[in-house]
Design a protein around this ligand. Structure first.
Ligand SMILES: [Zn+2]
Length: 336
């Protein structure tokens, strides 16, 4: 009888409960609901989670810090957002329903958390860095008027190695140097699988792949890729895949590493447009067992960018910016 009375009371409260639920299963306690066939987090609840507020004006949804600074700006139905000043391609477009904004659960946990909350990142001490100059040997990569992608990526990789060799980071008050390795140091043909297995064999703690882009239009700019989380569409194929690879265990750290590097590139290489952060299931990003990024350093199909990439001074500036980003990442995730 008591049990029956209890269940009537329980049923009464269940009926009163709003359709959106505060997810008791989740450690985040962020309200969510199903939209467009997938789970979305309510922006009002997300704002509370990050101790900020949200507003909507001129069809832009914003997360705003206590000091008035916009932390993130989203447009309903558009996948490009601006988070901490960087353009970011979201996993799914944000939603807008009955005067409320929503962000996909995949972007709450896989995009906003790693970019806005350092405590969501895995702590480690990434001192062993693998630099991967894209293409090489029988694979020339993209072609420009002045040369091939494989030659430019190698020149930039050597510049980055020199730059990182000169850097130190502090561990327990001691200055410590990075250990740097390159997947190739000459014009060698190397499969994508070999690049990843080289990194894993050496127990690489950070993997940086360097490429240059090409397009038939006059498009230009620098962009940094990290691994697409499971269940989200890859930028290069548009395909949604649920399976995980070894790289997925570092997915959030990889996105944060990409943001540190891209932020630094935007700051130091001001003459080149900032194309921001994108996610793709590139083989090297999937298969290395550490945080990994792939930097598209510019378009060699664009005359100005090809000329820049062929300039030693420009490459030095770019290498210095990438090294700054790596040091910034190290300082925020180091545990030793
Ligand atoms: Zn390439």
């Amino acid at each position: 009888m008591i049990l029956r009375r209890l269940s009537v009371v329980l049923l009464f409260f269940l009926l009163l409960a709003p359709p959106m639920h505060s997810d008791a299963m989740s450690i985040y306690q962020v309200a969510s609901k199903m939209l467009y066939g997938r789970r979305y987090a309510a922006l009002s609840s997300v704002a509370k989670y990050f101790s900020c507020r949200w507003n909507a004006s001129k069809s832009v949804l914003r997360l705003v810090a206590q000091n008035g600074r916009t932390i993130a700006a989203f447009s309903p139905d558009k996948r490009t957002a601006v988070i901490n000043g960087l353009p970011v391609v979201l996993n799914f477009a944000p939603g807008w329903q009955n005067g409320a904004g929503y962000i996909s659960w995949s972007d709450f946990t896989g995009t906003l958390l790693p970019l806005l909350n350092r405590s969501s990142l895995k702590k480690h001490s990434p001192l062993r860095i693998i630099i991967d100059p894209g293409h090489g040997g029988s694979d020339p990569g993209a072609s420009g008027r002045l040369g091939r992608e494989k030659a430019l990526t190698l020149l930039l990789a050597k510049e980055l190695r020199a730059e990182l060799s000169g850097r130190t980071v502090k561990i327990d008050g001691e200055s410590v140097k990075f250990q740097i390795f390159m997947t190739r140091t000459g014009d060698a043909t190397l499969s994508l699988e070999n690049r990843a297995s080289y990194c894993n064999r050496l127990r690489g703690q950070l993997f940086v792949s360097l490429h240059a882009d090409s397009a038939s239009s006059g498009i230009s700019g620098i962009g940094t890729f990290s691994l697409t989380p499971p269940g989200a569409p890859s930028y290069n194929t548009g395909k949604v895949e649920g399976g995980t690879s070894v790289g997925h265990s570092w997915c959030n750290n990889s996105l944060f590493l990409a943001s540190c590097i891209q932020k630094s590139l935007a700051l130091k290489v001001r003459e080149t447009p900032n194309r921001g952060l994108k996610r793709a299931r590139f083989s090297v990003l999937r298969n290395v067992n550490c945080p990994a990024v792939l930097i598209e350093t510019g378009f060699i199909s664009n005359r100005t960018e090809e000329r820049n990439l062929n300039s030693p001074a420009y490459r030095r500036k770019m290498a210095s910016a990438i090294a700054d980003g790596i040091v910034a990442y190290f300082n925020q995730v180091n545990t030793k």
